[in-house]
Design a protein. Structure first.
Length: 438
């Protein structure tokens, strides 16, 4: 099939690349000229395991990059909208990029197309996209036909290619069977073992994405709340986690305590869902609390450091291991590390950081202009600092050489926001070890 993917970010780039790998002709379009020029040269703006190899396999064969949105639309049968829908100050999703793209589609379509909304958008948006396109088509006195689809994306950053190639499910919201059939044909190569295609009406498909992310965020805030109570009463959240996870109704996934969720999706989708309820006469109680627990979690972690060292951190220095909001990605959007580092610096501390993939991202965006030292490896940053703070559970932090840490640290103190180490082992080796919920 001929496909256009508009918005070549985490979702669009993975979507376009995976469709091209299956033999479709794909044009990925973005308004970011530099991004497109780089992609065209095979320079990938994000770190995502397996993505670079797939792009290099398909580029200039079935995968093309372009700034020319009009041509991409006209040349394609199916158009995916995968632009960003960032959180606005009031919590609503900013849909301006989605509607801009819809307007352009309305101005240029000249034959039947299926327009697929892959961006995460509040209920009602896909039908609004349809209205905008129709109004453009009507203005031109054109009687070209088109259909709209809601196809929310469930990939996880850090495992995006695998998730897209072997999806747990593909949710399609559409208005007629011809469209369902066409979308099924497109996704069929991704279901080698059995069909994971779920069809429904458009509003339910849009809502499914928000409900899925809100459920996952709820699990994280739930275990964080349990961890906080564990600390107060002398229980160990790790034992509790294993104890509850063995119940198949609960399961082990997503019940790891820590410093709260970050990233581009959970914070904004939880906020947008609260707003969606509010705007439709429903005051969310549970989801609002999920958000509140999450916002407090990174503050609670910070308070552990401040309880130990006091509010005035002038003259103290800390090593931070991990910047990205989770391992296997360079994405730092809404990462708890940004909050913690800035709060420590505000109180006079000096900070040395190391992350396997996110340092460029930090320098260019989230920590731009913030005075931190970036190390080349995990041991370099620990030399002569007052404590080590672990914020992202990259594999290379799981089993460090504790003798080296002890030798390099000014004081053998570790604040671990991800409960990575054996408590008793560290205590035996003379470390002061602070965790979450233990
Ligand atoms: P992103 O910020 O990485 O990428 C968005 C891209 O769209 C950028 O490259 C931007 O330049 C481009 N863009 C913006 N306006 C444009 C326009 N008018 N025309 C063409 N390109 C334009 O965002 P993302 O992480 O890929 O997320 C995209 C959508 O997918 C969001 O709605 C997000 O909630 C959703 N989503 C994201 C993930 C994830 O893990 N990142 C997972 C599932 C769903």
């Amino acid at each position: 099939m001929k496909i256009a993917v508009i918005g070549a970010g985490y979702v669009g780039l993975v979507t376009g690349t995976c469709f091209s790998e299956m033999g479709n002709d794909v044009i990925c379009v973005d308004i970011d000229k530099e991004k497109i020029e780089n992609l065209d040269k095979g320079i990938i703006p994000i770190y995502e395991p397996g993505l670079k190899e797939l792009i290099h396999n398909n580029i200039s064969k079935t995968l093309f990059f372009s700034e020319d949105i009009k041509r991409a639309i006209q040349k394609s049968d199916i158009i995916f909208i995968s632009v960003g829908t960032p959180m606005m100050k009031d919590g609503n999703a900013d849909l301006s990029a989605v509607f801009d793209v819809a307007k352009t589609i309305g101005e240029v379509i000249d034959s039947y197309k299926i327009i697929v909304s892959k961006s995460t958008v509040p209920v009602g948006t896909t039908l609004k996209i349809k209205e905008i396109i129709q109004s453009g088509v009507t203005k031109r006195n054109n009687n070209v036909e088109f259909d709209v689809v809601s196809n929310p994306e469930f990939l996880k950053e850090g495992a995006a290619v695998v998730d897209f190639m072997k999806p747990d499910r593909v949710v399609i919201g559409a208005e007629n069977n011809v469209v369902f059939e066409k979308m099924k044909e497109l996704y069929n190569p991704f279901f080698r073992t059995h069909d994971r295609f779920i069809t429904m009406d458009i509003p339910s498909a849009e809502m499914t994405k928000y409900a899925a992310n809100a459920m996952l965020a709820t699990k994280i805030s739930f275990i964080n709340e349990i961890a906080n109570i564990c600390e107060k009463v002398g229980a160990d959240v790790n034992n509790v986690r294993v104890g509850i996870g063995s119940d198949t109704r609960i399961g082990y996934d997503f019940i790891y305590p820590g410093i709260g969720y970050g990233g581009i999706c959970f914070p904004k989708d939880v906020a947008a869902l609260i707003k969606l309820g509010e705007q439709n006469g429903y005051e969310s109680k549970l989801i609002s609390s999920v958000d509140k627990v999450n916002k407090d979690q990174k503050k609670l972690f910070l308070s552990k450091i401040l309880n130990k060292f006091g509010e005035d951190l002038l003259g103290l220095s800390f090593a931070v291991w991990g910047l990205s909001f989770k391992p296997e990605t360079n994405d730092m959007r809404q990462a708890p590390s940004v909050f913690i580092i800035k709060e420590l610096i505000k109180r006079g501390a000096s900070i040395k950081v190391y992350d396997p993939k996110a340092i460029d991202e930090a320098k260019e965006n989230e920590l731009k202009g913030v005075n931190v030292f970036y190390g080349e490896n995990k041991y370099e940053v620990v030399k002569n600092v007052d404590a080590l703070i672990l914020l992202t559970e990259w594999k290379e932090f799981r089993s460090p050489n504790f003798d080296i840490l002890k030798k390099y640290l000014k004081r053998p103190i570790i604040f671990d926001g991800r409960n990575q180490y054996l408590n008793y082992k560290l205590k035996e080796s003379g470390f002061e070890y602070y965790m979450v919920g233990r």
